[in-house]
Write a protein that binds this ligand. Structure first.
Ligand code: GRF
Length: 216
């Protein structure tokens, strides 16, 4: 069983997609052992509670400085003894110590096709505003491993989504979630849980599942 910790800051629709995936069998060999939010009011914590998953808030506001917060966050993660940490809309810069300790064991979902519209300043609606401003016709979402850079880690999965005439950042955000994020994140977790993700020289390879390979 892959033990996963899911880190959230807001609504938690991506967390919900993972919860649903575990329930309906789309994600196998996986247990969500802890949800961590930096925001006590995040609706994601409610989703955890409703599904019997331990939820906890670790907020920078409760600590003297960033270092104390970072230490508390890492301690909370370690206590849950995860095999994988999933950042599902987690608006916190992950401490370097945590990245070093969990190399290729932290994944993030980003609402664009990396390397477009990513990096510093591209979060939330700003990503979709950037897409509309540039006038690209296709956007999408990316699941990637987290390294020391911003959105620079090895790419696991990507899925394109069309930009439509008349889109606003809000309509585009919704379509990217529905048509890409909520599909990709469960798929990535399942692939990792079943040993189908290989990382070599900074690039990922997804091995096909037994069914696709014609093995029953
Ligand atoms: C998603 O768009 C995700 O790609 C980004 O933050 C948003 C989180 O949404 N990293 P939710 O909290 O999962 O609903």
């Amino acid at each position: 069983m892959l033990r996963i910790v899911v880190c959230v800051s807001g609504g938690g629709t991506n967390l919900q997609a993972i919860i649903d995936g575990v329930k309906n069998g789309q994600i196998s060999n996986t247990e969500i052992v802890q949800v961590i939010s930096n925001n006590g009011n995040a609706y994601a914590l409610k989703r955890a509670e409703e599904n019997g998953i331990p939820g906890i808030c670790v907020s920078p506001k409760d600590y003297e400085d960033r270092e104390a917060f970072n230490d508390a966050l890492l301690e909370t993660v370690k206590r849950a003894a995860p095999d994988l940490i999933v950042l599902a809309g987690f608006l916190v810069v992950v401490p370097e110590k945590m990245i070093a300790e969990y190399r290729n064991k932290i994944i993030n979902i980003h609402p664009s096709l990396i390397p477009s519209f990513c990096g510093k300043g591209y979060y939330g609606l700003k990503v979709h505003e950037g897409v509309l401003e540039r006038g690209v016709k296709v956007t999408g979402a990316t699941v990637h491993f987290v390294d020391e850079g911003t959105d620079t880690g090895p790419i696991i999965l990507q899925r394109p989504v069309e930009v439509e005439d008349g889109d606003t950042a809000e309509t585009l955000q919704k379509r990217v979630m529905e048509q890409a994020e909520w599909i990709l994140l469960p798929e990535a977790v399942d692939a990792i849980a079943n040993g189908r993700v290989e990382v070599k020289d900074g690039r990922c390879r997804i091995l096909k599942n037994r069914k696709d390979r014609g093995v029953s």
